[in-house]
Design a protein around this ligand. Structure first.
Ligand code: ZN
Length: 404
């Protein structure tokens, strides 16, 4: 490819990706955003229309008051399969080219969590069933994206030993799925995939640098920089759960002490609240604790939502410790937006605002533009991000089908 052809291919890619991100885009807007001439934009748009990658999207009034034709991605051009595996459920969905969910399924993990064969079998059946029920032509699916708890090697798709799902240990997930379904398959850490989902369609839409923090049974994060997942040297970027908050704090399963995860994760909260109840701390959870001998995360959240003082203090402390970590993260990376998601943030309403308030106190006061916001996609973020992993790779060769 000579330089001129390379520049043209890159302009095409910039324009196409802008339209992907911004439906109802018109040519004058594209010229303004890219700095290209109107004629150059017009030629590229014609080419994208010819390739059937974009379609007309009605007319839109420009700033001058003139009506112009708007464009969007052709959502039927191809489809993707998104998969999100967590310790509790396996979610699968068929999504269209715009990242909209056509059909989704969510099946609880039961025996699969302990047996690798049962997990593989159930995953195969669920993917197959989701494709059938979506009524999308199998041949129009262009790839499978999978978000899964790490640690893992995202290039080979080999999972190492995720602490909460023993049956995933040393599973070559990418190669077994490619062998079974013959679709190109992409595997990445769940928090990375969710971050990508938030970047494309959620609370981080319109920002180029974002960190997603998953405040769930464990605590993890994913970083998207310039529209791409940032993996780091050992594919380990984003392990905010192991940021030290209290050097004299509890022992962590990573070998260190006082990591954020030992203080603020759902598992740590359950441990702390059961300890407190065993010492007869006053709480509305005492009856249930005596009856069952144990309080789980859902009972803790429910109690907090009913203003039980022990539960409220437990969740508020978690949010404020998370805020301390977010403050450090802002000082280190200065990202445009930090999105907080995960069970703790969805189910206890004050969670994100407590974390934000603490982060605002802890970050350098000269940093005024960093947003701390709640997830905009909640439970679908992983599926949408998984689909985008496939699309990011799929479009480039399709953009250059015509040699010029
Ligand atoms: Zn740790």
């Amino acid at each position: 490819m000579n330089n001129q052809v390379k520049i043209k291919a890159s302009n095409k890619s910039i324009i196409f990706n802008y339209i992907r991100h911004n439906p109802k885009t018109f040519k004058a807007e594209l010229a303004e955003i890219t700095g290209l001439t109107f004629v150059a934009v017009k030629n590229i748009v014609s080419e994208l229309l010819e390739l059937n990658l974009i379609v007309e999207d009605g007319t839109k009034k420009s700033e001058t008051g003139r009506k112009s034709m708007a464009y969007k991605v052709n959502h039927e051009y191809a489809y993707t399969m998104g998969v999100h595996i967590s310790a509790l459920v396996i979610k699968t969905a068929v999504l269209d080219m715009c990242g909209h969910i056509v059909y989704k399924q969510s099946i609880p993990m039961t025996s699969e969590a302990d047996s690798q064969l049962a997990l593989i079998d159930s995953l195969y059946r669920q993917i197959e069933d989701t494709i059938v029920k979506s009524k999308v032509d199998k041949n129009k699916i262009c790839g499978i994206g999978i978000g899964v708890p790490g640690p893992l090697n995202f290039e080979t798709g080999m999972i190492y030993q995720p602490p909460n799902i023993p049956s995933l240990a040393f599973l070559p997930l990418k190669s077994i799925i490619e062998k079974q379904f013959s679709y190109p398959t992409y595997v990445d850490k769940d928090a990375n995939v969710i971050a990508l989902g938030e970047y494309w369609a959620g609370s981080a839409k319109g920002y180029s640098s974002t960190v997603y923090i998953d405040a769930d049974l464990g605590i993890g994060s994913g970083i998207v920089y310039d529209g791409k997942i940032f993996h780091g040297e050992n594919d380990g970027a984003g392990e905010i759960g192991h940021m030290t908050i209290d050097i004299n704090g509890p022992h962590c399963n990573c070998g260190s002490f006082g990591c954020l995860e030992t203080i603020a994760s759902g598992l740590a909260l359950v441990r702390n609240v059961n300890d407190a109840l065993s010492r007869n701390t006053k709480s509305n959870m005492q009856d249930a604790y005596i009856k069952k001998g144990h309080i789980d995360i859902n009972a803790l959240i429910e109690a907090a939502n009913n203003d039980d003082p022990l539960a409220v203090v437990t969740l508020s402390k978690s949010a404020s410790n998370l805020g301390i970590a977010i403050g450090s993260l802002i000082n280190l990376m200065d990202p445009q937006v930090i999105v907080v998601g995960g069970l703790l943030s969805y189910s206890y309403k004050p969670y994100v605002s407590i974390a934000k308030e603490m982060a605002d106190r802890k970050k350098l006061q000269s940093y005024t533009n960093n947003q701390v916001v709640a997830s905009g996609l909640a439970e679908d973020a992983g599926l949408i991000g998984a689909s985008q992993m496939v699309l990011n790779d799929f479009f480039e060769p399709h953009l250059n089908l015509k040699s010029n």
